[in-house]
Design a protein around this ligand. Sequence first.
Ligand code: NIG
Ligand code: FE
Length: 412
Amino acid sequence: MRTVFTNIKSLLQVRPKGQTILKGKDMAVLPAIDHAYLIIDDGVIKAYGKMEELTPEAKGPIIDLSGKYVLPSWCDSHTHLVYAGNREGEFIDRINGVSYEDIAAKGGGILNSAKRLQSASEEELYQQAAGRLTELIRQGTGAIEIKSGYGLSVEAEIKMLRVIKRLRTDYPVKIKSTFLGAHAVPQKYKQDQQVYIDLLMHEMLPQIAEEGLADYIDVFCEKGYFSAEDTKAILQAGATHGLRAKIHVNQFNSIGGVQVAVEHGALTVDHLEVMKDADFDSLQESETLPVALPGCSFFLGIPYSPVRAMISKGLPVAIASDYNPGSCPSGNMNLILSLACIKLRILPEEAINAATLNAAYAMGIEDTHGSITVGKSASLIITKEISTIGFLPYSYGSDLIDAVYINGDKIR
Ligand code: NIG
Ligand code: FE
């Protein structure tokens, strides 16, 4: 259906076709049309411009947006949305002084979630994930990447990926799926980690590829999880099945994962709370996009990714939620935007670019999402009447969204 939005206070993130990724100082520029109109039809953006250029014969329902901003919906390029139950017990343990690492070392953490997921039915998992996704869409998320990685057996990893596939069919938002079998080593393989890696490469991967269940491959490259060598082998195996890498690196330690990612042409490297000079150097010479996850640093009380330094070195940056039960039990991208401004010290314009245009690139959907561009999906956030766009991240915790459109349909 055709809809004409008029008197938009400011239409944000207006980009020409083909504009894909923003680096360094370009991230502070957020092109906008003040006092604008926008026409959407058949689920896509048809036209926009200044109000005075709107021809009187523009047909379709007219929605007046005086005082309101319009921007493309959030792209959340890193989540673990499919999981069974929660881990608020570990949250209390951490309040009492036990560290995230200690919890994991005692069989909690990812292995705790894996135990719950293995005993949950596919239907239960689907229902839980669907509930979370419904909430996120209302909060303005129009595209989302979802990882496996709480299965850690052939059967349970495939169960998770099938849930993601079902969500993709049932929900209008764009969904990308990532195989993260290398999220943790199950207890029974702790004495011989290579046996698990072989299972992952020779049994999980071929089945997943055959069923077309994943778009990307991920590894948690970290001390106590998977080494840079393990990561290399797994990324190579992924590449033989046509899966490009988007990997977890440098959350607690810098152990060479950035270099492995860059060598393998990874699309993104995510987390990056701990960065050595060599890591900055590798990224500067690469096509790999850094993704910061400030919600994880906030929830765990760990350092934040040095995003200011990345931008000043001319790098591109995306931000994502990392929604998961252990290190960031929220997928609210509005909150992530605030955390990016407050804790990463980036400007509202930089944060919006990081959560839309660069985030779309981070999940390979830059042709259809991430900006107000003719032909792209009409997936939009319409704000309440606000003074400036900076008010959005400034008012952290407030709900300033008036309406959400996904592929041209009003869903809120
Ligand atoms: O991105 N760091 C690895 N994986 C998740 C957390 C997983 C969990 O604690 O369940 C993350 O933070
Ligand atoms: Fe993660």
